[in-house]
Design a protein around this ligand. Structure first.
Ligand code: GRF
Length: 215
């Protein structure tokens, strides 16, 4: 059984998507995976209520209470290891993790990012996509590396940018795709169908079109 720990900072809609999928696909019974804990770096994260609603233990570890990034990261790593996590999912975790943390969890740390990486790493991705005039935009699930939003790409969901789109409409459509893409990737990781080997993503029993959601 793969033990998943989700890290959040806010709304928690991606967490909700994972937990809904886990329930509807009967993870733990049919699939060797279970979300065993949620950790938020913010006490006011709405996602904490999502965890509670699904009966998943949640904890708050506020980064402001630590003197340095390294100290926060070290405490966070301990909290994750206490749950014997096989997989750590950054589900809207809005805090950069330092090199020591990333190395410690290398190959079992994934993130969802609201753009087609390597385009638009960082914040305000939808605004920047609109400003750049791109016709295709989307979301990426990737392994986390030392470069922010720069790790090996697992899968992407693409959608067309409409002439009438604004930041809100585009964000909403991308988010819907994230909610499909992320639970799917988490499941594949737990099934051993996706892994990181020597810095590259390797897959087993996955058609190429599984990894690219188009339209
Ligand atoms: C998502 O758009 C995700 O891609 C980004 O932060 C947002 C989190 O949303 N990293 P939510 O908390 O999952 O609703």
């Amino acid at each position: 059984m793969k033990r998943i720990v989700c890290l959040i900072s806010g709304r928690g809609s991606n967490l909700a998507a994972i937990l809904r999928t886990a329930e509807s696909e009967r993870w733990a019974t049919e699939i060797p995976a279970a979300v065993v804990a949620v950790i938020s770096n913010r006490a006011d994260a709405a996602g904490l209520a999502v965890a509670a609603a699904h009966g998943v233990p949640a904890a708050v570890l506020e980064h402001q209470s630590f003197a340095s990034r390294e100290q926060f990261d070290a405490r966070l790593a301990e909290a994750i290891e206490a749950h014997r996590a096989d997989l750590v999912v950054l589900a809207g975790f809005m805090r950069v993790l330092g090199g020591a943390f990333v190395n410690r969890f290398c190959g079992r740390l994934v993130n969802v990012h609201p753009s087609l990486l390597p385009a638009f790493p960082g914040l305000a991705t939808h605004r920047r996509a609109l400003a750049a005039g791109v016709r295709v935009h989307g979301a990426t699930v990737h392994f986390v590396s030392g470069d922010v939003d720069g790790g090996a790409i697992i899968a992407q969901a693409a959608l067309g940018v409409l002439p009438e789109d604004n930041e809100e409409t585009l964000a909403a459509r991308v988010l819907q795709r994230e909610h499909v893409l992320l639970p799917r990737c988490v499941r594949w990781l737990c099934e051993g169908r996706v892994a990181l080997q020597n810095g590259r993503v390797v897959t087993r029993d996955l058609a190429a079109d599984h990894l690219a959601l188009l339209g």
